[in-house]
Write a protein that binds this ligand. Structure first.
Ligand code: PGA
Length: 253
C-alpha cells in the first residue's frame, strides 16, 4: 500500500501576516523546483490564515491548516473560531490534540474527540496528534498511553479516510532531541496496529501517520524513509522557507 507523504509546517504562535508573506515569497519560488509528490500543508495562526490563503493564489499545491478549532458551532463562546469560519477562509486541515494544547490548555481526549468529530462533519481534515511524555515512555506506558489517546480521541469516528495521525513524542518536540528512526518506526508500527484493531487492516494500511518532534533537513530522509512514517509535522524547522523546503527535498527519494 503506498501512502502519499504529507509534510506540514506548524507555525505555532509565530508569524503574523507580514512574516508569513516573507516566508511565502521565498517558499513559492523554491517549490517550483520540487519534484516530489508529498502533500504540503502550512498551519499559520488563525489571524494569519486569510493572508496566507490569498498569497497561495498562484503558489500551487500547498494546503492550509489551522492549529485548533472550536468544538462549538456558534454563539457565546468568546475567543473561539468555528469550523464553518475555517472552511469559509479556505482551510482544509485542522491540527488537533497537539501536546501543547493538551498540556498547556488542558485539552482532554474527550474535548479533542469533540473537535475531531466537528472537523470531519464540516468536511475538514483533522491532523490528530498523539504522543507520550518521557516519563510515560520510561515508565513502560508508551503503548497504553497511545492506545487511550487513539481510542478516546477517535471515539465514534467511523471512517478514517480524512484523518491524518501525527505521532509526536512530547520529549522530542522543540527539544532538538529526535526519536531515532528505529524508535519512530517501531512506534508508528504500533500505532498502525492499534488502528487495525479498531478499524480493520485496510483502514490501517491507508491511514497516514506523520512523525513530529525536531524534524529537520538533516534527519528528514532517514525518518521519512521508514515504512510506517508517512510524513512530518514540523515546528521549529518550518519557520524558515529554506529549512522547510530542505525537509521537502529530503522527502523525494
Ligand atoms: P518541533 O515541533 O519540530 O519544533 O519539534 C513539532 C511540533 O510541535 O509539531
Amino acid at each position: 500500500m503506498s501512502r502519499n507523504l504529507i509534510i506540514a509546517a506548524n507555525w505555532k504562535l509565530n508569524k503574523g501576516p507580514a512574516d508569513a508573506a516573507a516566508f511565502l515569497d521565498a517558499f513559492c519560488v523554491a517549490i517550483k523546483e520540487f519534484k516530489g509528490s508529498a502533500d504540503i500543508v502550512l498551519a499559520p495562526t488563525f489571524l494569519t490564515i486569510p493572508s496566507v490563503v490569498a498569497k497561495l493564489d498562484g503558489c500551487d499545491r500547498i494546503a492550509v491548516a489551522s492549529q485548533n478549532v472550536s468544538e462549538q458551532e456558534s454563539g457565546a463562546f468568546t475567543g473561539e473560531v468555528s469550523t464553518a469560519m475555517l472552511s469559509e477562509a479556505g482551510v482544509q486541515y485542522v491540527i488537533l490534540g497537539h501536546s501543547e494544547r493538551r498540556s498547556i490548555y488542558g485539552e482532554t481526549d474527550a474535548i479533542i474527540n469533540a473537535k475531531v468529530k466537528k472537523t470531519l462533519a464540516a468536511g475538514l481534515k483533522p491532523i490528530f496528534c498523539i504522543g507520550e511524555t518521557l516519563e510515560e515512555r520510561e515508565g513502560g506506558k508508551l503503548e497504553s498511553v497511545l492506545t487511550t489517546q487513539i481510542t478516546d480521541g477517535l471515539k465514534d469516528v467511523a471512517d478514517l479516510t480524512d484523518v491524518v495521525i501525527a505521532y509526536e513524542p512530547v520529549w522530542a518536540i522543540g527539544t532538538g532531541v529526535t526519536a531515532s528512526a528505529e524508535q519512530a518506526q517501531d512506534t508508528h508500527k504500533f500505532v498502525r496496529s492499534v488502528i487495525a484493531n479498531l478499524y480493520g487492516q485496510s483502514a490501517a494500511d491507508a491511514v497516514r501517520i506523520q512523525y513530529g518532534g525536531s524534524v529537520k533537513p538533516a534527519n528528514a530522509a532517514e525518518l521519512l524513509g521508514q515504512p510506517d512514517i508517512d510524513g512530518a509535522l514540523v515546528g521549529g524547522a518550518a519557520l524558515e522557507a529554506e529549512s522547510f523546503f530542505g525537509i521537502l527535498e529530503n522527502s523525494s527519494f
